[in-house]
Design a protein around this ligand. Sequence first.
Ligand code: ADP
Ligand code: MG
Length: 323
Amino acid sequence: MAEFELIEQHFTRLTRHTNLGIGDDAALISVTEDMELAISADMLVSGTHFFADADPYQLGWKSLAVNVSDMAAMGAVPKWVTLAIALPQQDDVWLSQFSQGFFACANTFNIDLIGGDTTKTQQKENLTISVQIMGEVPRGQAIKRSGAKVGDDIWVSGPLGKAAVGLQHLLGNLVIDSEAVTEHLAALHMPAPRVDLGIALRGIANSCLDISDGLLGDLQHILKASNVGAQIQLNTIPTSEFIVQHLDDITFQRYVLAGGDDYELCFTAATDKANQILAVSQQLNLRLSKIGKITHEKALEVLDARQQTITLDSLGYNHFNGH
Ligand code: ADP
Ligand code: MG
């Protein structure tokens, strides 16, 4: 099958809000007046971000979902996406499943695939998926990393650490029972980006980002951009039953504080916004937890249940120092 037919068969679908989609030298879109265009790109590389034999449907979903999550973190509505893919060889079954997963996510969030590029690589290990996403946010209302204020509460959505448990299970480092396997692998493979939450937080949150590399590592980005510090209460961080019940203290801390791939949102807001945030939580049926405070002192401190400072170095990560 020629490249043209491959694109036609697997990647060309009806578009919803696009003037000119796949098939010409460039796509054409109209950006709504008084909106800003939010643009972000994320690349997934075999061996680094997924296993070479990863399920193609789930890979299709995830390669778009991680990009959608960046729109969510800005309070933007995702609308358009391009897909550049480097494939080892033509494999119609693989491509068909990949595109079904990709479009399942695109349909869920009402996103048009408007273009891309398809190229060949020599080996399966070189499979690379590069997605660029574009969305809209009312002018001046995007929620940036740089807006955190001293005294803000720090909040996170959903449970943290589940995707990391799923990954460690796949790597053979962690034995978990079969019910927990399903739950934690779903978190790893099929993340649910929090678009509705991001939109609802416009005008409420002072700063926001999505958690892709682990809570503390990502929170550091807010602290640096906002020139502030934070104090976190470990026992207020939401996580899974399995993590609470089965992991020792250090392992618990690693998953919850430093586990990657969660794609939940971490945001800060003035304390008098708490009721509005709890109302958003109810309305979206989404757990939102207050986990700490933004501080004047420019350090990141995590306290355990006895209000003792946890030594982050002992977690064995160099993640925390910002990079
Ligand atoms: P060109 O030679 O002009 O770069 P291509 O043959 O690469 O054009 O692509 C033809 C059309 O198909 C373009 O509209 C391009 O955006 C689109 N396209 C190519 N690969 C993909 C893909 N993997 N997903 C979506 N659209 C694609
Ligand atoms: Mg091209």
